[in-house]
Design a binder for this molecule. Structure first.
Ligand code: ADP
Length: 460
């Protein structure tokens, strides 16, 4: 059986991927498990060299990867190339980090003994990834796992498996063996159950919705598997009246329109201080009005289609509902005249926190603008969400920047910038946005167990 992959820009067929049976997925898990002893005992330097080779082969063909992503995901070429550089950064970073898995020695509590703490790979691992970053979501999990000495089987999203299988192909060409990195696609629920139910898999890394994350976490509870969960967000973006307005507008537009708004760290609630509100909205509308909506196979930055009909309907309904409840439209406000899965970049004002828009991950090119009076109110409302992935703020007041960094309930606080990710920083959330971190030296710890070794009897 095969999965047909649809290009969201024009509903054409972008390609095909295998729809594997449970027995085939089971065989891939067997290989992932069988490869672990050898891979984990390899020198870290050798593992790093294979990762480095993979990095170099993919980098040489980054255009091929980018075009594949444009076809199956709908993002524009410049963004796809940007994602590839971001995603390659994880392979490069962890190729180096493999050699820096340090332990401790602890002053002994007994006269004839020594105490060591060593870090060892947790075992064979599995991962499930979403469609919004078909390349980077995979490299940041696989590179980390492999660097730590774990093997990994991955189920990419069935919406975007083409980039994923291309990555696998390049990994094989780089010499990363069968079993060390495996890939399966088919029925997500069935594959999820095979991963969570297999006692040989010691850890699962998941990026996706909070609902599916919770299902997986409860299934993993049965086998006490470790997890990294990067789930939904409801990011506040606060603009205080002392902000540099042009910078704030530019940061907001970049963060909001990335992947046409289909990003877990997309600014979902934009809080603008009262005195600045009208000027800010006018500047924002002027900038967003210049951005075209189109299919992505071109050099210009464009806002693309939503990934599928369900994604499009959600955005269109949220906007229509807010309008019925009194929202004002500063720009856009409707499905795009192009038809299909395209929606107009939209700016809504006059919103209040009770609207569904304020509690739902919009996942589309919609700027939802709320106004606030003072800092205490901004912090209270920013935190008034079950999620806690990222929060953004623009202010030039150093004291306020510090207070925000302390009081905002989120895994990441980004001040005076709209840009979050790179391989060297810890990415992840709190509350219903999940737990665990990806990237940086913290990321590799998620794939390591701490082992305490006592060596006594040394004086005899
Ligand atoms: P999104 O809204 O981003 O598609 P999902 O959580 O539905 O978020 O999907 C993220 C990933 O989880 C995808 O690879 C999807 O196929 C997978 N997935 C969806 N449902 C399940 C499930 N019940 N068990 C395991 N994986 C699932």
């Amino acid at each position: 059986m095969t999965i047909t992959v649809i290009n969201p820009a024009d509903a054409s067929v972008a390609g095909h991927a295998p729809h594997l049976s449970a027995a085939e997925v089971g065989a891939a898990i067997d290989r992932t498990s069988a490869a672990f002893p050898r891979w984990s005992r390899m020198l870290a330097r050798e593992r790093g060299e294979l990762l480095r080779r993979w990095f170099e082969l993919v980098r040489a063909d980054r255009r091929l990867f980018a075009e594949t992503m444009v076809r199956e995901n709908g993002k524009c070429l410049s963004e796809a190339l940007g994602e590839i550089d971001y995603g390659l950064g994880f392979i490069e970073w962890y190729a180096e980090e493999a050699r820096r898995v340090y332990g401790d020695t602890i002053p002994s509590h007994a006269a004839d003994a020594a105490v060591m703490v060593i870090k060892q790979p947790v075992g064979p691992t599995a991962a499930i990834t979403p469609w919004n970053f078909p390349f980077m979501m995979i490299t940041r999990k696989v590179a980390t796992a492999l660097a730590a000495g774990c093997t990994m089987i991955i189920k990419p999203s069935e919406e975007t498996p083409l980039t994923a299988y291309l990555l696998l192909d390049y990994a094989r060409r780089a010499g990363i063996p069968e079993g060390v990195f495996e890939m399966v696609t088919g029925d997500p629920k069935e594959i999820g159950a095979l991963f969570t139910g297999d006692e040989r898999i010691r850890k699962i890394s998941f990026t996706g919705s909070t609902a599916v994350g919770k299902l997986l976490a409860s299934a993993c509870g049965q086998g006490l598997k470790k997890m990294t969960l990067e789930l939904g967000g409801n990011a506040p973006f606060m603009v205080f009246d002392d902000a540099h307005v042009e910078d704030a507008v530019a940061g907001l537009v970049a963060a909001k329109l990335r992947n046409s708004g289909q990003v877990c760290i997309s600014p979902n609630r934009i809080f603008v201080q009262e005195g600045l509100h009208d000027r800010f909205v006018a500047a924002l509308a002027e900038k967003v009005a210049q951005i075209r909506v189109d299919q992505g196979m071109q050099d210009e930055f464009v806002v693309g289609p939503m990934i599928n009909q369900a994604g499009f309907d959600k955005v269109a309904q949220l906007v229509a509902e807010a309008r019925e409840q009194g929202a004002r439209v500063a720009l856009g406000g409707r499905p795009h005249a192009k038809g299909g899965l395209f929606h107009e970049p939209t700016i809504l004002t006059g919103l209040h926190d009770g609207m569904r828009l304020a509690h739902t991950e919009i996942f589309g090119p919609v700027f939802a603008i709320y106004s606030f009076e003072d800092e205490a109110e901004a912090i209270r409302r920013a935190n008034d969400t079950e999620y806690g992935l990222v929060a953004y703020a623009y202010t030039r007041d150093l004291g306020r920047a510090f207070r925000l960094s302390q009081r905002i309930e989120a895994g990441m606080v980004i001040l005076n910038s709209g840009s979050v990710g790179t391989a060297s920083v810890p990415f992840g959330g709190v509350k219903q946005s999940g737990y665990g971190r990806e990237g940086s030296h913290h990321g590799i710890e998620e794939y390591l167990d701490v082992k305490y070794v006592l060596m006594a009897g040394l004086q005899h």
